[in-house]
Design a protein around this ligand. Structure first.
Ligand code: ADE
Length: 256
């Protein structure tokens, strides 16, 4: 089933740039994704096509007006194949996670609203926005780049988008750990050799090596991802070994 994404933005050219390569181009070409943009400026009523105004109560910057946003949203809803959820890209929203990307890829459609300037009139948010998503604790000058990040993360999970569907089963974050390291030909380079186990043809040993590497990376780089997780006995053993090795390392460093 194809997924339909409607993006409301005053800078549709930023969104359209993504059509020309990578996962978007592939998904659009394969017909697994449809992407439509809706520019609130096209729905502004005055001759200057105004979409923003000064904030009541004073303060810096401009606020996006409700009416052009509502008209753009109505156009998006009319174009959608079903009744999509409306998401606002917002640094104050909930942080977008891999699990959400997978979940959304299984829905038929989604409308994403990109804010610019100081923000949107709160009445639009209160009346029309179902969820607010942030891509991290930093502020971009608009929601467009953030929208592209989430659309990319969603698009790669739509069946038929990625050539090798196995690569998505394996990859980082899906099972709550980071990815293991990858190597390709040649076996020996000036920078080192491929670990022997990967050349052994022994699938069980390769699986164990990769799992150990993934858990080790997660332990060192993103220990927060391991909190409140339930582990298999094998994973628990590997993590205990990581912890012991890390303690050992700390003690050696202290002694030096
Ligand atoms: N708009 C501006 N900054 C953003 C962020 N970090 N995430 C989502 N939308 C945004």
């Amino acid at each position: 089933m194809a997924m339909w994404l409607g993006i409301i933005s005053v800078l549709p050219e930023l969104i359209d740039a993504a059509r020309s390569g990578g996962v978007f181009a592939r998904a659009l070409e394969a017909g697994s994704l449809q992407l439509q943009t809706f520019n609130p400026r096209d729905f502004a009523k005055d001759k200057h096509r105004t979409i923003d105004d000064r904030p009541y109560g004073g303060g810096a910057g401009m606020v996006m007006m409700t009416a052009p946003l509502v008209s753009a949203l109505e156009a998006a809803r009319a174009a959608a194949p079903d009744t999509p959820k409306v998401v606002l890209m917002d640094p104050q929203g909930e942080v977008f996670q891999q699990a959400t990307a997978v979940q959304e890829s299984q829905t038929g459609s989604l409308i994403i609203v990109c804010g610019r300037y100081e923000g949107l009139d709160q009445r639009f948010v209160d009346h029309y926005v179902d969820e607010r998503w942030s891509i991290g604790d930093y502020v971009l000058s608009g929601g467009e780049l953030a929208a592209l990040v989430v659309c990319d993360a969603i698009a790669r999970h739509i069946p038929g988008t990625l050539g090798n569907s196995l690569s998505i089963i394996d990859e980082s974050h899906l099972d709550g750990t980071l990815d293991y390291p990858h190597y390709t030909r040649p076996v020996d380079t000036a920078e080192g050799s491929v670990p022997d186990v990967l050349l052994s043809g022994d699938h069980q040993r390769i699986f164990e090596y990769r799992r150990r590497e993934a858990l080790q990376r997660t332990f060192h780089q993103r220990p927060d991802m391991l909190i409140r997780r339930v582990f298999s006995d094998a994973d628990r053993k590997l993590l205990t070994a990581c912890f012991a090795a890390s303690k050992e390392q700390q003690n050696t460093t202290k002694k030096q």
